[in-house]
Design a protein around this ligand. Structure first.
Ligand code: ATP
Ligand code: MG
Length: 252
């Protein structure tokens, strides 16, 4: 998909940038999404561009949470759609969740394009166009959701969610799984399960854990959820950044 040589030391990062750029060109990613990508890259560099053991534990807790959920929904924005469309569709299948396009800068046109893009990557039904529900406490444009999607969900996966919306979803009583590279951002700090990892690595990792746990009894799943410590996961990511694990990332 790119002309970047695979042995380039920053291969993964360059491929990611290219996908986001292509997403903007296709009209699925917003210009704001480019800025979010830049922030994400900086944190991924500081984390050593790898999945920390604490993030892997969070991914397993997220998988258990999703398998126990009655109405799980995965929220998809322009960055998620550009970076990991097949992986996101696959996660929805692994945990039997709905996919809902939910944009911070909402336009019907962009919702439609993202829904089409997900269908091209194997999704059946994609929610987000009805817009007949709301997240209370946000101004209208920011709070539009589907009544039978995010509004009715018990568990929501929100990769790269904005802090205000994460707080408003929390106030609605949702169990929130947030994927975000910045352990200091409000959204992961609001989450029941914060996964401090690149969504490119985290989304398939949650799906892999879900498949591994597919035959687990509910008590075992509840045990995994109860054992998970959100504050400890945030602290572990922050400690990894402070300890300078990034020095290993490019061999320096
Ligand atoms: P707030 O505190 O309100 O959440 P913020 O500074 O986090 O504010 P956002 O708009 O939420 O502002 O910033 C985008 C977030 O998305 C950043 O925290 C960034 O680390 C994260 N991010 C960007 N790309 C990725 C990615 N590929 N995987 C995971 N997280 C990402
Ligand atoms: Mg944030």
């Amino acid at each position: 998909e790119t002309e970047i040589p695979e042995d380039h030391p920053r291969y993964a990062s360059l491929v990611t940038r290219h996908r986001i750029e292509a997403g903007v060109e296709k009209g699925i990613t917003s210009k704001q999404g480019l800025i979010a990508q830049g922030r994400g890259e900086a944190f991924d560099y500081l984390l050593g561009e790898r999945t920390l053991p604490s993030a892997d534990a969070a991914a397993r807790a997220a998988a258990a949470t999703l398998l126990l959920a009655e109405r799980p929904v995965i929220s998809v924005n322009g960055n998620v759609a550009a970076l990991a469309p097949s992986e996101t569709v696959d996660l929805a299948a692994a945990v039997d969740a709905d996919l809902e396009v939910n944009l911070f800068n909402h336009t019907d046109e962009r919702v439609r394009r993202i829904a089409d893009h997900l269908r091209e990557h194997g999704a059946d039904e994609v929610k987000g166009l009805a817009g007949d529900g709301e997240i209370p406490g946000l101004d209208h444009a920011r709070g539009v959701v589907d009544a039978d999607g995010i509004e009715a969900a018990d568990v929501v996966v929100v990769p790269l969610e904005d802090g205000d919306r994460a707080a408003a979803l929390d106030a609605m009583g949702k169990t929130e799984i947030v994927i975000d590279l910045n352990p200091g951002s409000r959204s992961p700090r609001t989450a029941d399960v914060p996964i401090i990892d690149n969504l490119i690595r985290a989304v398939p990792n949650v799906a892999a854990h879900a498949r591994d746990l597919a035959d687990a009894m509910p008590e075992e799943l509840r045990g995994i959820v109860d054992e998970f410590d959100a504050a400890a996961a945030l602290d572990a990511a922050e400690a990894a950044i402070r300890e300078g694990s990034f020095a290993d990332a490019d061999g320096s």
